[in-house]
Design a protein around this ligand. Sequence first.
Ligand SMILES: C[S@@+](CC[C@H](N)C(=O)[O-])C[C@H]1O[C@@H](n2cnc3c(N)ncnc32)[C@H](O)[C@@H]1O
Ligand code: SF4
Length: 370
Amino acid sequence: MNRVGLYVHIPYCKRKCRYCDFFSVTNLLSTDGYVEAILREARRYQGEDFSIDTVFVGGGTPSLLGESEWRKLMDGLRMILPIESGAEISVECNPDSASEALFALWKELGVNRVSLGVQSLNDKVLATVGRLHDGKSALVAVNNACKVFDNVNVDYMVGLPYQTVGGVQDDLRRLLSLGVSHVSVYSLILEEGTPLYTSVKKGEITLPDDEVAVDLYDAAVATLEAAGFQRYEISNFCRAGKECKHNLHCWQLYPYIGLGAAAHSFYGGKRYAHPCDLDRYMLGGEPIPEDCENDRRGEAVMLGLRTAEGVYLSRYSELFGRDFTVDFAAALQNPTIQPCLVVNDKSVSIRPEYLYVSNGIINIFLDCLE
Ligand SMILES: C[S@@+](CC[C@H](N)C(=O)[O-])C[C@H]1O[C@@H](n2cnc3c(N)ncnc32)[C@H](O)[C@@H]1O
Ligand code: SF4
C-alpha cells in the first residue's frame, strides 16, 4: 500500500512579521469554518488505497486554533483518513501562542513533534522584524515543549538586522541546552513587497552585508555540528535519528496531500496547488494542477540534492521512467563539479563540505533539462 504524507495549512497569524510572505491572514474570525473546510477537502480522499505515515500541520500559526478546533481537526482527520498509529505528527507553533495547556492538548491528540518559530533570542532583533515574542518567552516556550515532547524543532533565522556571530552562537547553545532535537536554520530572504523590504530599500534598516551573513550562517552550522547535530539537508540539522520524516518524504518526492488554502500536493504523479485565497478555499475551490514533467524532474533534482542522502536513482526512474545518469550525464561528467559529488549505483549526492555551493551545482544539473 502507498504511504502518503499529509500537510495541513493553517493560514492565520496574529500579525504579519515584517519579513514574511507566506500566505496567512490576520482576521481570525473564520478559523472554525476553515477547519470544517479542511475536513470537507479531506473527504475527497476518503476510501483511496493509501495510508498516511506523516502529518505536518503548518502555517501561518497553527497554535492560534482553539481547543475545540484542534479536537475537531485531529479527530476529524483520523476518522476520514487512514493515519497510521505510529505516524509522525508535527505541528508548527509560535512562542507567543504556545501554552503548557496547548502542548498537553496536542500530546493528548497524538501530536509527537513540535516546531517552534524562535528566529532569534535577541529582543532588539525580534522587535525589528516584528515578532510578537521576546527572547525570554521563546525560551519558556521551548522549555515547556521539551518537557512534553521528545521531538522539538526550532526555526532560527540568520542574516537579520543587529545579529552578531557571538549572539548567534549564544542563542543556539541556550536553545540546545533545553533539549531541542532539531534546528532549521534559514538565511533571511528579503522578499519583495514585505515591510522589511521597503524599510531596507528606504535605508531605514541595514541588513548584515553578504560577508557578515555568511559568517553568521557558518557560526550557526559550526555551533550545531559541535553539539553533535548532523546536517541532513541544507537548512536542517538534528540529533541522530531525529530527522523530520515528513520533510524527507516530500524532498524524495513521495506522494503527499496538502489540505488548505495555499497548500501544495503531489498525488497520483501530479502536482497541485491551492491558490493563496482563503475565500475561494472556504467556498470549496479545487486545487489547480501545476506543472509539466520537465519541471518535476527539475524539482526532484533540486530537492534531492539539497539533502545529505541525495537523489535516489531508483526513485527517479520509478517516478519518470527515465535513467538519471543519462538525463544528467553532462552534469555528472562536468569536471568542475565532479569533485563535489558522491556518485554510486544507488544515489547521487553533494559532499557535505560542498553544500554551501549547492545552488551553483544544482543549476548545472538543471541546465541538462534545457
Ligand atoms: C512559514 S513560517 C511558520 C512558522 C511560524 N508561523 C513562526 O513564524 O513561528 C516557517 C519558518 O519560515 C521561516 N521564514 C519565514 N519567512 C522567511 C524569510 N523571508 N526568509 C527566511 N526564512 C523565513 C521562519 O524561520 C519561520 O519560522
Ligand atoms: S513568520 Fe510565521 S508568524 Fe510571522 S507572519 Fe510568517 S507565518 Fe506568520
